[in-house]
Design a protein around this ligand. Structure first.
Ligand code: AMP
Length: 239
């Protein structure tokens, strides 16, 4: 089994009633996301890890004082990537209705993966999700591609040391709301890239957390968490 770890900061418990866990709708997923999954990704029913993870992560979708961490353990191929990406998108989507929002908000979610290959796979799934379009309520899911992109500002970025540091710095300066990265490169940017804005970061996912530890990344992860905390504190002082 592989493990992933998602932390959402901050969060509070919700009293939302439990629905039918065999459908995405019953799990509390936004109809827009459900329509997109069906029409663009041919995904119609949640897998068992998604049935377990979605309510646990989604129930915290409003800001509050309590911070909840979720630990997911599941087999390769079980659909674990979407089990954390869907709640993250659902949490960030309402920001799309703010007319002033753009990618300069900085990084709101960070996903750390142990290898470049895995980081690339996650980034591909994320990009497929982020082509979501706005559509009026009376439109059928088949027409979902015709509206403006709902997630225009919700840009994803991949940092794996595959491109030059200068190129990555330029992307971070413009703003990367959802970032997928390998640990070393992320720590490097937290320590050396002044314009890397994580002041509003609210999600941190460690995908294949067990492998991250096996590969000796524990110290790097500790450094990343310290770097994020330090920068968030500075950002709060500046507000
Ligand atoms: P993962 O375990 O995240 O690597 O996902 C394995 C594969 O399952 C990927 O190709 C996903 O696109 C696919 N997948 C994820 N969730 C579902 C679902 N609910 N229904 C059908 N396929 C899915």
């Amino acid at each position: 089994p592989e493990t992933s770890f998602a932390a959402r900061i901050p969060a509070k418990p919700s009293n939302a009633p439990l629905g039918d866990s065999s459908t995405f709708s019953g799990l509390g997923l936004d109809p827009l996301i459900i329509a997109h999954l069906q029409s663009k990704m041919e995904i119609s029913k949640p897998t068992s890890v998604q049935r377990a993870a979605l309510p646990a992560i989604l129930s915290d979708s409003e800001d509050g004082a309590i911070r909840r961490d979720v630990f997911i353990q599941s087999q390769t191929g079980s659909g674990k990537t979407l089990s954390y990406l869907l709640p993250i998108i659902q949490d960030l989507l309402p920001l799309s209705s703010l007319s002033y929002i753009d990618r300069s908000i900085g990084t709101l979610a960070i996903i750390i993966a142990p290898t470049r290959e895995l980081a690339k796979q996650i980034s591909d799934v994320l990009e497929a999700l982020l082509t979501m379009r706005l559509r009026p309520p009376d439109e059928t899911p088949d027409d979902a591609g015709s509206g403006p992109r709902l997630t225009r500002w919700l840009v994803s970025g991949l940092l794996t040391g595959g491109s030059t540091r200068t190129h990555e710095k330029a992307r971070l300066r413009k703003g990367v709301p959802i970032l997928v990265s390998t640990p070393g490169r992320l720590l490097d940017h937290l320590q050396n890239t002044t314009s890397f804005n994580v002041g509003k970061c609210r999600w941190l996912v460690l995908d294949e957390a067990d492998r991250l530890m096996e590969l000796g990344f524990e110290e790097t992860i500790t450094g990343i968490i310290k770097g994020l905390d330090g920068r968030r504190k500075l950002a709060m002082q500046a507000d």
